[in-house]
Design a protein around this ligand. Structure first.
Ligand SMILES: Nc1ncnc2c1ncn2[C@@H]1O[C@H](COP(=O)(O)OP(=O)(O)OP(=O)(O)O)[C@@H](O)[C@H]1O
Length: 268
C-alpha cells in the first residue's frame, strides 16, 4: 500500500513542530526517518498513523485521505509501534499481542483458530513465544518492546509504522528485528537513531531537522559527510558499499584535534 504525505504542517502553542513535509512511500518500501532529538520524527509518525490530524496538508493511503477512512479501516491497514507505549493492565505477553487482532474482530467475526495462529506467528517472529504466558510486568524493557512489535504484526497491517523500534533491544535483537521487518511484504516507515542501521536496511531515508525535511533519497545520497556534520554536528567517514547503502564511522571531535596535533608535532 502506498503512503503519501503532502505538505504536512503541525504547530502547538505557537511552536511549529512540522513544516511542509511531503514524500511518498511506495508499496513494499522500507523507508527510514532520521534526525536529531526533537527534529519532529515522532510528531510526523503520529500524523502518518492518523493519531493526530494534520492542521495543514494530508496523509493518503493508496490515494485516499486518512480523514476519509473510518478508524477501524485505518487500524486494519496501519499499525503503529510507539516509542514509549506502556500498558498498565495485568496482561500476559500473549494477551498483549492478542490485542493486535482487535480491528479484525466484531460481532460477526469472533476469535478463531486463525487468530490464534496469527498471534503465535507474531510471537515466534520476535522470539517471544517461550515467554508467552509471562505477565507483562515481569518482562524486561527489550522483551516488552518485542511484544509491542508482535502486537503490531498480529494486526496484519499493510503499513507498519515504527518509532525507534530498536530502543531497549540488544544488538542481536536489533538486527533480527530490522531484518524481519524488511522481509515482510509490508510498507514500512521507521524512525531510527542508528544511522548505520538506517543505511543497512532502508531503501530510502528522509532526514529531518527542526521540523523540516532536509534530505530524501537512498542512504548513500542522504548520509553524506557534509549532511551528518551539518545536521548532527558530528564528524564522520562514509564509505559507500553499493546498492545505495553505506558504512559510517563516527569520529569524536577530541580525536580529530588529537590527530591534527600529532601531525603538527611530527612535522615540526
Ligand atoms: N505537545 C507538545 N507541546 C509542545 N512541544 C512539543 C509537543 N510535542 C512535541 N513537542 C516538541 O516538538 C519537537 C519535536 O518533537 P518530536 O517528539 O516529534 O521529536 P523527535 O524527532 O521524535 O525526537 P526524539 O529523537 O527525541 O524522539 C520537540 O522539540 C518537542 O519538545
Amino acid at each position: 500500500m502506498k503512503l503519501s504525505a503532502t505538505d504536512l504542517s503541525w504547530s502547538i502553542g505557537g511552536n511549529t513542530l512540522l513544516q511542509s513535509i511531503s514524500f511518498e512511500v511506495a508499496n513494499g518500501e522500507f523507508f527510514g526517518i532520521v534526525g536529531p532529538n526533537g527534529s519532529g520524527k515522532t510528531t510526523l509518525m503520529s500524523l502518518l498513523s492518523g493519531i493526530r490530524k494534520p492542521q495543514v496538508g494530508s496523509v493518503t493511503l493508496d490515494g485516499q485521505p486518512l480523514s476519509k477512512i473510518g478508524r477501524r479501516d485505518v487500524a486494519r491497514n496501519i499499525a503503529l509501534v510507539e516509542q514509549q507505549a506502556e500498558t498498565g493492565e495485568r496482561l500476559t505477553a500473549r494477551q498483549a499481542v492478542e490485542l493486535g487482532r482487535t480491528p479484525h474482530l466484531g460481532a460477526y467475526s469472533p476469535w478463531t483458530q486463525e487468530d490464534t495462529e496469527t498471534v503465535n506467528r507474531a510471537l515466534r517472529n520476535v522470539d517471544m513465544d517461550h515467554l508467552a504466558e509471562r505477565y507483562w510486568h515481569t518482562l524486561s524493557g527489550g522483551e516488552r518492546q518485542r511484544l509491542h512489535i508482535a502486537r503490531a504484526l498480529a494486526q496484519e497491517p499493510k503499513v507498519l509504522l515504527l518509532d525507534e523500534p530498536t530502543n531497549h533491544l540488544d544488538i542481536g535483537h536489533q538486527i533480527d528485528l530490522l531484518d524481519l521487518v524488511g522481509k515482510l511484504d509490508l510498507t514500512v516507515v521507521t524512525a531510527l537513531h542508528d544511522l548505520n542501521h538506517a543505511a543497512l536496511f532502508c531503501d530510502r531515508i528522509a532526514l529531518m531537522q527542526n521540523g523540516s525535511l532536509v534530505a530524501l533519497g537512498k542512504p548513500s545520497e542522504v548520509l553524506t559527510v557534509d549532511c551528518i556534520r551539518e545536521v548532527f554536528g558530528v564528524e564522520a567517514e562514509v564509505e559507500p558499499i553499493g546498492q545505495g547503502s553505506c558504512n559510517i564511522r563516527f569520529v569524536p571531535r577530541s580525536r580529530i584535534h588529537h590527530a591534527r596535533e600529532s601531525r603538527f608535532r611530527a612535522a615540526s
